[in-house]
Design a protein around this ligand. Sequence first.
Ligand code: ATP
Ligand code: MG
Length: 332
Amino acid sequence: MKPAGLKAYFDAHPEIRVAIFAGKGGLGKTTSSSSLAYYMATEKKCKTLLFSTDPQASLSDIFERNFFGRGVIEVIPNLFVVEIDADRRVAEYQASVKQKIRDMYGLDELPREIEEYVDSSSAEPSMYESATYDAMAELVAANEYDMYIFDMPPFGHGVRMVAMAEILSKWVEKITEARSQVAEYEQVAASLKGERAQEDAMMAELLDIRQRITTFTDLITNQKSTGFFMVLIPEQMAILDTDRALSMFSELGIQLSGLIVNQVYPPELIEQPNLSEFLRNRLEGQRPYLEEIARKFGERVLSVVPMYTREPKGLEMIARASADLMDCKVAI
Ligand SMILES: Nc1ncnc2c1ncn2[C@@H]1O[C@H](COP(=O)(O)OP(=O)(O)OP(=O)(O)O)[C@@H](O)[C@H]1O
Ligand SMILES: [Mg+2]
């Protein structure tokens, strides 16, 4: 089979404004995101924002330019890149949590245990993810670009938050209910005493958390405007992992737009007369997995990207990878 390429998918879904590339580490999320962003900016002339919070500064690496923590940078006309320093965002968030606690309880200084507790939360991966998702939702809400492309960092498929969202949302709802009952009593008590009821800061904070969770969940599960892609390679582990991810996604209500098979040795190479032993082995090694991918995922495969002889880095290689991703040339 030969997939139609990612261009056909975007042509058929012109309302997509957000593209997310997920998948296990090191298979090609950054390469695919950059390739799509390049196409959107150059061919479609869309004002495109390519975004990452990877602490490894992978966009800086692929574009061979330093973007990390430097805000939005226009690389070529219409292609804007931003690489957010998530550690800094987590630190800012912690500072704001501490400030809120001080304000709520009218403290000049936080008790040491509380200070330490808030600080220790930065070691939590969820803190990091939450900073990422917040930044994503914020960017889309600002509505300054035609297309948003998110290169997810290598964690939990970038969608753990969706799984947590429902639980968190229920939890926040329960507490909000309890708080609003308390607030009613306080209001009555205050009016009896002739005082104005204090604004409930805790309640506002809870509502804010819930708002942020639902904004992100809505963004990622919106089938009309969000394209959600997974990248895999022809190897056993990647296939198993994609299988697992697909069932996890469907449980979470996330519709996968499709799969990209990356790093494929073009099968027709086998006919080359002086094919090296190395390449022949690689080709033969991939064959059963490609067959399995075609059998298992079939129509879900949107494009097959060849294995390059060197790492796709720099604008020229991104342009090439982009052409291969958008117009699939490899049959599997
Ligand atoms: N088609 C390809 N041919 C050759 N090398 C490739 C190809 N696609 C990706 N690579 C290389 O493989 C490595 C991993 O690719 P990439 O950084 O895109 O993966 P990733 O999924 O973003 O990884 P991470 O999860 O670490 O962010 C990089 O060194 C990249 O240059
Ligand atoms: Mg990456």
